[in-house]
Design a protein around this ligand. Sequence first.
Ligand SMILES: [Fe+2]
Ligand SMILES: [Fe+2]
Length: 279
Amino acid sequence: MRSVLMHISDLHAGRTFHPRVADQLAREAHDLRPDLLVISGDLVQRADFVSQWEAIMQYLQRLPQPQLIVPGNHDIPLFHVVERFTRPLDRYQRYVSTNLNPVFERPGLVVVGGNSAHGLTIDGGYVSDEQQRIMAQIFARYPDDVFCKIAVLHHGVVRPPGCEKRSIIRNDAEVTQMLEQSGVDVLLCGHHHVSYVGIAGNAKGFVVCQSGTSASRRIREGERGKNAYNVLTIEEASIHISQRRYVETSRRFEPLGEYEFQRRGAWLTAHRRNSPQTL
Ligand SMILES: [Fe+2]
Ligand SMILES: [Fe+2]
């Protein structure tokens, strides 16, 4: 069965939120009518502020359902230090979901979320042994040859070009191995505010699909990332990824990179049209 996923990330409700871009994002999400909307973390700019959680929850209600959401490092409080170290995901769980491992399934497709955010560093990511075990157990219920398996984490396992000094999952080798052994085909992530599509892993490998920030002005100087999202079309033996980037002049997200992956033992890029590696 053909499935269409819309992948957005790093909305950062708060001072850096871009209402006009967010309005257009919502319009395009409804036009697309995806089978699933994935949001790979950093929902708020500063998790300490209730107003930002209320704002993002109002915004998420304007987006199509079903939604699969995971937390990012900005969804953990910074100033409430005791809470940050002892109950870092309390606010996320209060406002968004108590479930840190959401699962979406339909014939031929399973999508599993996990948590890579923690209170020990401000920026870095880490996937705990428990989180790895839970994700592996969920994926093990689905045979590799019947299901396209998609994992969602906020932090990724590779540094795209231009992000050499940015943080990824600290135990990236371990997590990459877990994803490969679980038969994962695609990892959806965010965090760098840069769109990127590539391949990770050592054996069969999996596709890494990173979204830039979809609605935030938080675009660091020197990075080429602009407001962006991805559309994935999953078929039995192929995955098509269309990267969309917001263009100021037309005030719309426009297709830029197009990637087609085909499964022949390992995932192969059949062709890549008019696309740089990062946007
Ligand atoms: Fe972010
Ligand atoms: Fe982040």
